[in-house]
Design a protein around this ligand. Structure first.
Ligand SMILES: [Zn+2]
Length: 472
């Protein structure tokens, strides 16, 4: 494949065919079901599916025998499924999602989640980078290969609409589509992060998540704090002491030993390498306020902290009025939503029960304490890269970015990868993405870094070509 021609094709296709459509997509507030329980009634998810479906159908016309189906299992979010015949029966599975995170506060003046805004190579707005671009990049890579008549395996593309809610609909679709999925020998997932904009980043692991809601009840209704304090224990104080059972409040270290795993030596080495490539960007990419410093001093340790060690984030609180409405009341209950990221190889269900046991045992003052934790989600750890793929990854990074590839675990969770890893233990995985420094998926001011989108697309075309060449 001619690299210059490939880059040219991808660049023009992104500018002419992708950006106009993705701009429309950003306008649609199709929040994931967890953040919009009435998603079906509201119809935004349908709008996003229709937009992408129409776009993809037009592009697929160029591929003889290609098919697109919006699969709709009753009561579940829809899924866009495409089959593009190839030059062998071998299958490459490409994956992305179209549902979005909620708005979040803190967008720059004039910017907003549903306002597509192009500035300095960046397209701002919710869902462009996480993960709307995926379907566009997949078809662009296939078109670029076709333009140069490069042979490849049959490709199937799955774009789900439930990822940001934990992909709870996806196992049903995987079962439903099993025959049409075939037995993919390569999975390409375009929903991950990159450490910088200068190379292809391969995700070597993803953390799992054990989240739940901790509630402490001390009263059946609020009472005058002048009357009750000193007699009725504060629910906040009890909550605070319970949280301290699982996390050291001075260091942030998780205290439950069952939430740790042995980190594989190769991953420790790669974390050190990634830290060297990234330097201060390991932490400087975050918008620290005031004099806030990171939790560790060693860069390699920071990488391992966010990829292989359990960590707690308290992501929501209930039971409290806003300060302006707060009277002197001893409140009846405190609720905190706890989100604990767990190591890639730890079982999500086991993690939730270890946390629940620790929090609910022997409640202070006999208060009513409940941790509602659901099932948890296990993480994912990449199988070793086949030699052909390792070579291809480096080569495609060189050609697309001008630098060798880098390998790093990611701190986030993509439930589908765990599912696929279980179903297809011999499959090779390329998990990459455009969520780089400051791109702030899930937060305010999310943006899609367009040059990286193009380069990742170039790399994907290269990898699919190399996958076909490996046998012939
Ligand atoms: Zn995503």
């Amino acid at each position: 494949m001619d690299t210059t021609r490939l880059k040219q094709f991808v660049g023009t296709f992104w500018d002419d065919a992708i950006l106009p459509s993705i701009t429309e997509y950003i306008r649609i507030p199709n929040k994931s079901p967890a953040f919009d329980p009435k998603w079906a009634e509201h119809g935004y998810m349908e709008d996003a599916v229709k937009l992408m479906e129409a776009w993809a159908r037009r592009e697929l016309e160029a591929f003889p025998g290609a098919a697109l189906e919006v699969v709709r299992l009753p009561g579940r979010t829809p899924l866009i499924f495409m089959e593009v015949p190839g030059d062998s029966k071998d299958t490459v599975l490409l994956y992305g999602h179209l549902d979005k995170q909620p708005e979040m506060k803190g967008w720059f003046e004039g910017y907003g989640p549903w306002i597509p805004l192009l500035k300095d190579d960046k397209l701002y707005g919710r869902g462009g980078a996480d993960d709307g671009y995926a379907i566009y990049a997949c078809l662009c890579a296939l078109k670029a290969m076709q333009e140069q008549k490069v042979p490849r395996a049959r490709c199937v593309v799955m774009i789900e609409a439930c990822e940001e809610s934990g992909s709870y609909d996806l196992p049903f679709y995987v079962d439903h589509l099993m025959d049409r999925l075939g037995n993919p020998s390569l999975v390409v997932c375009l929903d991950s992060g990159c450490g910088d904009w200068d190379r292809l980043w391969l995700t070597t692991s993803l953390r799992g998540i054990a989240a739940g809601t901790l509630t402490v009840r001390v009263l059946t209704e609020g009472v005058h704090s002048g009357d009750a304090s000193g007699i009725v224990p504060s629910s906040f104080r009890i909550l605070r002491s319970l949280v301290s059972r699982i996390e050291d409040e001075a260091t942030g270290e998780i205290k439950i030993q069952d939430l740790y795993v042995q980190i594989p030596p190769q991953r420790i080495e790669q974390a050190k390498d990634a830290a060297k490539v990234l330097g201060d960007q390991v932490y400087a990419k975050f918008p620290f306020a005031g004099g806030t410093k990171p939790m560790a001093s060693d860069l390699g340790d920071m990488v391992l902290n966010r990829t292989w060690r359990p960590q707690l984030a308290t992501i929501g609180m209930d039971g409290y009025p806003a300060p302006i409405d707060a009277g002197n009341v001893l409140l009846p209950y405190s609720t905190a939503k706890l989100s604990i990221r767990i190591p890639p190889t730890l079982d999500g269900r086991a993690a939730v029960s270890a946390i629940k046991r620790t929090l609910e045992a022997d409640p202070p003052y006999g208060a009513a304490v409940e941790f509602d934790g659901g099932e948890g989600q296990s993480g994912w750890h990449a199988p070793p890269l086949a030699p052909w793929l390792e070579k291809a990854v480096n080569r495609s990074s060189q050609e697309a970015f001008g630098n060798p590839a880098a390998y790093m675990g990611e701190g986030g969770t993509i439930p589908f990868m765990g599912m696929l890893g279980e179903k297809f233990p011999n499959t090779q995985f390329v998990i990459t993405g455009v969520l780089g420094p400051h791109s702030n998926a899930h937060g305010p001011n999310e943006f899609l870094h367009i040059p990286t989108g193009k380069r990742v697309t170039v790399a994907v075309a290269r990898l699919i070509a190399a996958h076909h060449e490996r046998k012939t």
